[in-house]
Write a protein that binds this ligand. Sequence first.
Ligand code: GLP
Length: 251
Amino acid sequence: MRIFLTSSKDEAWDIASARIIDTAFEGMKLGVATGSTPLGLYARLRQAHAEGRFSLAGSSAWALDEYVGLAEDHPEGYRNVLRAELVGPDKTGLAEEDLHTPDGSATDLEAAATAYEEAIGSVDMQILGIGGDGHIGFNMPSGSLASTTHVGTLTQETREANARFFSGDVSSVPEKCLTQGLATIMRAKEIILLAFGREKARAVAELIEGPVSAFWPATVLQHHPRVTILADELAASELTMIDYYRAKNDW
Ligand code: GLP
């Protein structure tokens, strides 16, 4: 794991966007996360596209997950969130048909999960955030470390955390989701995980220094050969070896 402690979210977004822009190629498969954490990164990719330095035209983007049961036009449906961030010549050049998201409105959700798993293969670069309980995608604590794309059930903690996107109303946050599994995420060729704020500190400490455990799903990334963690000072605040990571900051 490469661990890079940043003094701000902006610095983390600058570093992550530079890496993606440097390694981008036409036809690349970019794995994209939702949540608030990657928003500044997407803004930088849009800016780079506006300046002619980056384009997802001819490439594809693959969502980690999707809620089950939201109306197709619900603004918090992850397809709609990612479309607003990335799709179109005024965003990153990504074509609508090249944005892939699990079909949370399918009548046969198991079939939709299998179809997504088969379609995704492996992405070239995966952007990740992390939940306060260490979840990535919507892989909740206690799920299988070897899971593939599946129908999942959100914990009450995650529904409460995500209620901020639903006018604070927990009851509006779906209970079910479709999510890439941990084994799906592990097939990515390279992974950049961003973590900001005190509420992520325990999860970041477990991710980097804890034992690999299904109870802290992100710890599976310790088995991945090419992961970079970009954490701000608050998210890094529970790390035991913080001085060492600071000293070697070797992006
Ligand atoms: C949701 C998403 C995750 C994301 C997490 C953290 O659960 N499914 O992909 O990492 O939220 O969200 P935030 O970045 O807003 O803290």
